[in-house]
Design a protein around this ligand. Structure first.
Ligand SMILES: *Cc1c(COP(=O)(O)O)cnc(C)c1O
Length: 389
């Protein structure tokens, strides 16, 4: 049976070849170190797991949840936003629970886009933004993230005829894959652009809590007028090492939140309530676990930086996320370099082209293995290549 065009025309999976090479290396007995995976290796804090276990025994939680989530979970989100960002949200109308933020990011396109519409999407970027828009039948207009602009979107590059046809703008800071951060001034520019062209802003804030050197990331919703034009996606995945649990939310403009809730009520039946109770425990419980996690990633980042510098790299240190976005040494494409590093050093890095055409010239490493393995990875790369930059 032939699949529908919307599926058949999805872009090819760019990491397929490198995944095949990883398998080949492993079969040959190579001790492969993967700096490729954007999935935290640290466990979910115990006090959160304990609540899941307890709630799993309660038969009330064995039935269908509501698709928009327990009001008590949304109230915990509102309380967290108030404490963390000074943003007041109505848990009834301005927050919807998601089965991980990826679910909502994919589905928002189905709420607002149809044929002839555009989504404005960062390149490089998290693939779900453009793929959601494509599946909904819309066109993507890719906006380059340039290092000399701090990897911030330059909205002046959007032609006005595209801006007029655009319904959604996706932004993501702290950013995957570049590790870049945005200040409130940037968000203010985004709000005024969105107002001028009547565009909905979807800010993906999945990494807002993974920050270093004392930096604290602002929320898009802190900026005046943000709630008139957009929503913010958030998730417990990275903040509390809960990627496998599938729990997130969207918050902000009540009309947009309602549209997303309406779509969801027709497609899914929400998140297992025991997981939502565990989510409440995460948001309302002790937050030292986040501080400890930040220290772990920061230390790993510093080990990676030391390794890179020993090979002549002199880039800037990321202030946030679990990633480093590094220029490919001269003379290689990102794919060639990634394949060579795997072949010669047994280390997996991700070629930048996998995150969009504009990701060419870079590779991404994820700080999701312990610092000894990171040090070992760079020792091997240095032994194989010597000076690279
Ligand atoms: C990890 C990640 C998310 C979180 O996805 P969940 O579905 O909440 O697990 C969202 N956006 C980006 C850019 C990410 O890297």
């Amino acid at each position: 049976m032939k699949v529908a065009n919307r599926l058949a025309t999805l872009p090819p999976y760019l990491f397929a070849r490198i995944e095949q090479k990883i398998e080949e290396a492993k079969t040959k007995g190579v001790d492969v170190i993967s700096l490729g995976i954007g999935d935290p290796d640290l466990p979910t804090p115990e006090h959160i797991v304990e609540v899941l276990v307890k709630q799993a025994y309660n038969p009330e939680n064995h039935r269908y949840p509501t698709s928009t989530g327990l009001l008590s979970f949304r109230a915990a989100v509102a309380k967290w936003y108030q404490a963390r960002f000074g943003v007041t949200l109505d848990p009834n109308s301005e927050i919807v629970t998601l089965i991980g933020s990826k679910e909502g990011i994919g589905h928002i396109s189905f709420c607002y886009l149809q044929e002839g519409d555009y989504a404005l999407v960062p390149d490089p970027g998290y693939p779900v933004y453009s793929i959601g828009a494509s599946l909904a039948g819309a066109e993507n207009y890719f906006l380059p993230l340039d290092e000399d602009k701090g990897f911030l979107l330059d909205l002046s590059l959007v032609p006005s005829d595209v801006a007029r046809k655009a319904k959604l703008l996706f932004i993501n800071y702290p950013n995957n894959p570049t590790g870049a951060v945005a200040d409130k001034k940037f968000y203010e520019e985004v709000v005024s652009f969105a107002r001028a062209y009547d565009i909905i802003v979807c800010h993906d804030a999945a990494y807002s809590e993974i920050t270093f050197d004392g930096y604290a990331a602002p929320s898009f919703l802190e900026v005046q007028g943000a709630r008139d034009v957009g929503i913010e996606f958030h998730s417990l995945s990275k903040t509390y090492n809960m990627t496998g649990w599938r729990l997130g939310w969207a918050a902000g403009n009540p009309e947009i939140i309602k549209a997303l809730g309406t779509l969801k009520s027709n497609l899914d039946s929400g998140v297992f309530q025991a997981i939502q109770y565990a989510g409440i425990a995460a948001l309302e419980g002790p937050q030292e676990c986040i501080e400890r996690m930040r220290a772990v990633y920061q230390e790993r980042r510093d080990v990676a930086v030391e390794g890179l510098r020993s090979m002549g790299w002199n880039g800037t240190l990321p202030k946030a996320t679990i990633y480093m976005w590094i220029q490919v040494p001269h003379g290689y494409t990102s794919t060639q370099f990634a394949e060579l590093v795997l072949e010669k050093a047994g280390v997996v890095i991700t070629p930048g082209i996998g995150y969009g055409d504009h990701g060419e010239g870079y590779f991404r490493i994820a700080l999701t293995v312990d610092k000894e393995r990171i040090a070992e990875a760079f020792t091997r790369i240095k032994n194989a290549f010597g000076r690279l930059w």
